[in-house]
Design a protein around this ligand. Structure first.
Ligand SMILES: O=C(O)CCC(=O)C(=O)O
Ligand SMILES: [Fe+2]
Length: 137
């Protein structure tokens, strides 16, 4: 679980709270307060996801994309900041057990939809993303 705190920013157009990234997780369950700032990239542009106090945002992560052999997609998202009020979000990350080999069920693999990703374990994916794929660098 992670709590993200975004203080007001004097130059919100020039800064991001969290840079564009896909979550490496299986799923991320996100609660955002009523300020707003989460954006998702699809159809070649950024779309804001309005806060809904009755709902969590459930993000498909890269691990779920691999488990579903690409049927479910992980999407780039980011958090923008504003100049007036602080924002808080809470992210709960669901990840595989460390020794579990991530591979899709054979029912999801066929000639038209061949295997898209090699087998991997969660610690190896996490190490890779931390080294090569950070939102803050
Ligand atoms: O603060 C947000 O709305 C997004 C946070 C996020 O993407 C993350 O913690 O992975
Ligand atoms: Fe994220």
């Amino acid at each position: 679980m992670r709590s993200n705190y975004y203080p007001p920013c004097q130059k919100p157009d020039l800064n991001l709270g969290t840079g564009p990234h896909c979550d490496p997780t299986s799923l991320t369950i996100l609660h955002q307060d009523n300020v707003g700032g989460l954006e998702v990239f699809y159809d070649e542009k950024w779309h804001s996801i309005s806060p809904n106090p009755q709902a969590f945002v459930v993000n498909i992560g890269d691990t779920f994309m691999a488990l579903s052999n690409g049927i479910y997609m992980s999407y780039l998202h980011r958090a923008v900041v504003n100049s007036k009020v602080p924002r808080i979000s809470l992210a709960f990350f669901l990840c595989p057990k460390i020794d579990k080999m991530v591979k899709p069920p054979k029912e999801l693999i066929c000639e038209e939809n061949p295997r898209m990703y090699p087998d991997f374990t969660w610690p190896s994916l996490l190490e890779f993303t931390q080294k090569h794929y950070r939102a803050d660098t």
